[in-house]
Design a protein around this ligand. Structure first.
Ligand SMILES: *Cc1c(COP(=O)(O)O)cnc(C)c1O
Length: 423
């Protein structure tokens, strides 16, 4: 099936007489005739539902759709994008291990790795996504267990050279985990370029309507855990909390997701509610229609901004003049995303004033939904940092993050125009 058909049809496959639309299994528990049957589920001997913290049919249908969109073998939903990235890393890292991470990451992921997981004993080295192969190679250590990066970074919209990063990860016997939130599988499927695991904040384009916080993890099934037995003992040696199951032996290509579900979800419990999974599925049904429109509008807006006298700079990989245009054409020939960054010649003060003048575009802490919105990281998400610290984090003090919606591009441009000119 093509991506459009998967968006609409994949996941829920009703049998004769069953509801046409994916039902919300609003139930924490599932009934069995005998205690022996339920026992087999606990032993992972049989596949089935018993408690929604571990698995729920509504969630599983939506996870299956996302896995199919990414071209993976198995997927799971989490309560948020934060939980997805945490589980994706923690599933193969523990205290004493090390992660190589792109330095251009979403602020939440940056904090997760450099502050919270550090407290848990997982160290992280930051590498510029544009670094040379030698520079990337130099970041690896004997205890490195994975590489983490974003297809398109939030907010700086840097395009990842996925092949370069996948090759570096594989040369060191570890998987590449890619957060594909901004590109979505409509514009880029990282597995086709060598990534092993993909994560999503489904809160963004997948939901698309700013209704429900959620996340997803998809495994390509391509990484050979057994070939690196010593590194990934959690997958290649018996799990005593599951009667000595060896995930990589018993579950083959589904080992990684099975472990994340049966260990991490069991113990940490960041499950997505079935109600939210239902809403996410409605969003997914139009993902293939919305994403191209976001990109088409964003390109028009980026061109308008880049030609405006008051605008100092624009970062949008869709622009031919952008530093990342060539990489974007390689990995995302049909478009990148609806998010861009720009700054005004008047600096921080002018940027803030312009945002306050906007009428159609709202100031909200969100990106990547149907409605055009803006955020000034220096005054909002990165408020506690000095200008010097902002520059180090790649967030210029004048940077406005603009997320273009699916309204008419003319109206979005007219709003920006009046806001720029109302002085
Ligand atoms: C928003 C976002 C996250 C975090 O997701 P939540 O759903 O807000 O927890 C992670 N990665 C990227 C790229 C994001 O944009």
């Amino acid at each position: 099936m093509k991506q459009s058909t998967i968006c609409v049809q994949a996941g829920w496959q009703p049998k004769n007489g069953e509801p046409r639309v994916l039902p919300i299994y609003q139930s924490t528990t599932f009934k069995y005739e005998t205690s022996e049957e339920m026992g087999k589920l606990f032993d992972l001997e049989k596949d089935g539902y018993f408690y929604t913290r571990l698995q729920n049919p509504t969630n599983d249908c939506v996870a299956a759709k996302i896995a199919q969109l990414e071209g993976g073998v198995a997927g799971m939903l989490t309560s948020s994008g934060q939980a997805a990235n945490y589980y994706a890393v923690f599933n193969i890292c523990e205290a004493g291990d090390h992660v190589v991470m792109s330095s251009k990451m979403y602020g939440g992921t940056f904090n997760l790795l450099t502050v919270t997981m550090k407290k848990m004993g997982v160290e992280c080295s930051l590498v510029d996504p544009d670094a040379s192969v030698d520079e990337i190679n130099a970041a690896f250590k004997d205890n490195t267990k994975c590489v983490l990066a974003e297809t398109l970074s939030n907010p700086s919209v840097v395009v990842l050279d996925i092949e370069k990063w996948a090759n570096a990860a594989h040369a060191h016997g570890v998987p590449l985990i890619v957060d594909n939130t901004f590109a979505t599988p409509i514009n880029c499927r990282p597995f086709e370029w060598g990534a092993d695991i993909v994560t999503h904040s489904t809160t963004k384009y997948m939901d698309g309507h700013a209704m429900a916080v959620g996340g997803a993890i998809v495994d390509s099934g391509n990484f050979d855990w057994m070939a690196h037995k010593e590194k990934f003992k959690g997958l290649t040696e018996p799990d005593e909390s599951y009667h000595g199951i060896v995930y990589a032996e018993k579950f083959g290509k589904a080992a990684y997701i099975t472990k994340a579900t049966s260990q991490l979800m069991r113990d940490l419990g960041s499950i997505q509610s079935p109600q939210n999974a239902f809403l996410l599925n409605i969003g997914l049904e139009t993902l293939h229609l919305r994403v191209p429109r976001h990109c088409e509008n964003a390109l028009k807006v980026a061109k308008f901004l880049s030609e405006h006298d008051d605008v100092a700079w624009v970062s949008y990989p869709g622009l031919e003049t952008d530093k990342y245009h060539d990489l974007a054409m390689k990995y995302m020939p049909n478009g990148t995303c609806g998010v861009m960054c720009f700054g005004l010649k008047g600096g921080r003060e002018a940027s803030i004033k312009m945002m306050d003048n906007l009428k159609l575009a709202c100031i909200v802490t969100h990106v990547a939904d149907a409605r055009t919105c803006v955020l000034h990281p220096a005054s909002h998400t990165h408020r506690q940092m000095t200008d010097e610290q902002l520059m180090e984090a790649g967030v210029r003090p004048d940077l406005i993050r603009l997320s273009i919606g699916i309204e008419d591009a003319d109206d979005i441009i007219a709003d920006l125009k009046q806001a720029l000119e109302c002085k």
